[in-house]
Design a protein around this ligand. Structure first.
Ligand code: ARG
Length: 396
């Protein structure tokens, strides 16, 4: 048997290589996707996998694809699960699933494997994505099966000379769109995160005392320029993670509802995501009609839920994507943002498709709005409520 394992190079997936060989008598092929995780040295990861007996290793730089097919749709959808979490980990899973299926086909493998546990959302995202693309493949989740306590895992790792990760205090996942941190002392919802939780952001107290102004340009809902210069998506996001991170932007501390029913305490660092989502939403406010803006909030919230719950290939999500893409036709223009002490605040916006009409909006001279007409409009706009009010008072 041949199994393709999604391999991060970390402690758990390293144990999984050995565990699969022992428990499933399978050859293990590893797949490591570069999606912008910090400090991942692909060469070292490859060597580690080989040392643990992987018969073949794949390292694939999927950053461009991640931006184009996963992050950009999330921007257009203003994706924030429960209004707060930019679904960073959630969007990378279906991409990894897709590559697992692809490599399995290429290698004629009968099974694929991932390192997610039985309590989280990630197992759902991996497995729904894999099954949507190939329902024949066997899916193995070692960490869900092996029943190893933390201590037993350490023993197992020692036995096979697997280096223990230094930051076992937290469980961390990273990609371009953000860094997710959970467990350890964070499990008490009253515990304020210690400074060692954060790696991408400066604390707002220590952030520069001067605001930094940046300008982001969008074309049809997709960010394409930074400070008037064209920049590719991967570079833009990396740059914004640095810039906004320095100003302490993008720290999120929340209680989150997982698909499996558990409430969990999550910390995120998403400087680029928070900045871009803020800018994009503001450009929509300028270029979409009132009805579009208000309706799209519902679509966006559903899109984030489906994504969070692993339903990347659910036809409803594709339907929503069609709506969202159509809605972005006019969402082009620039947004000026000030980064300052933990905030990314929009201070200016303009678009060739702006619906803002100064003549209608102004309270100064040049006002084109016909004030008198408001009287008649309000008479009939308020009529249903007026009649209902009269009924409440017994039509006296
Ligand atoms: N709670 C987040 C989610 O479900 C993040 C999970 C991150 N995984 C981790 N190993 N820390 O998307």
């Amino acid at each position: 048997m041949n199994t393709v394992l999604a391999y991060s190079g970390g402690q758990d997936t390293s144990i999984a290589i050995k565990w699969l060989q022992e428990n499933y008598k399978t050859e293990v092929i590893t797949l490591t996707l570069e999606v912008g995780q910090n400090k991942s040295d692909l060469k070292q990861i490859k060597e580690k996998a080989e040392r643990l007996g992987a018969v073949k290793t794949y390292s694939i730089d999927a950053r461009e694809e991640f931006v184009k097919d996963y992050i950009n749709p999330a921007i257009k959808a203003n994706a924030l699960y429960e209004g707060k979490y930019p679904v960073a980990t959630a969007i990378a899973r279906p991409l990894i699933g897709k590559w697992l299926v692809e490599i399995a086909k290429k290698e004629n493998a009968q099974a694929v494997a991932h390192g997610a546990t039985g309590k989280g959302n990630d197992q759902v995202r991996f497995e729904l994505a894999i099954r949507s693309l190939n329902s024949e493949l066997r899916i193995i989740a070692p960490a869900r099966e092996w029943d190893l306590t933390r201590d037993a895992a350490v023993e197992y790792a020692k036995k096979y000379n697997i280096p223990l990760s230094s930051k076992t205090k937290y469980s961390i996942d990273e990609n371009l769109w953000g860094r997710s941190i959970e467990s350890g002392p964070l499990e008490d919802p009253m515990n304020k995160p210690e400074p060692d939780v954060y790696e991408w952001t400066t604390s707002p107290e220590k952030a520069p005392d001067k605001p930094e102004k940046i300008e982001i340009g969008f074309e049809k809902g997709v960010p394409v320029t930074l400070n008037n210069e064209r920049i590719n998506g991967v570079n833009l996001i990396n740059r914004l993670n640095e810039l906004a991170g320095e100003h302490g932007v993008g720290r999120i501390d929340m209680i989150e509802d997982r698909l499996v029913g558990i409430k969990s305490r999550e910390i995120y660092e998403c400087p680029a995501a928070i900045t871009l989502l803020e800018a994009h939403r503001e450009l929509e406010r300028l270029t979409l009609t009132r009805d579009e803006n208000l309706f799209k909030e519902m679509i966006d919230s559903k899109w984030a839920q489906l994504t969070y719950f692993g339903q990347w290939h659910e036809p409803l999500k594709e339907d929503l994507d069609a709506f969202i893409n159509r809605s972005q036709e006019m969402v082009s223009g620039v947004v000026v943002i000030e980064l300052y002490k933990g905030n990314a605040r929009v201070v200016g916006r303009s678009s060739p498709h702006s619906l803002y009409d100064l003549g209608l909006a102004t309270y100064d001279k040049g006002d084109k709005f016909e004030h008198k007409l408001a009287e008649g409009f309000l008479k009939y706009w308020g009529l249903p409520s007026e009649i209902a009010g009269r009924r409440k008072r017994g039509f006296a």
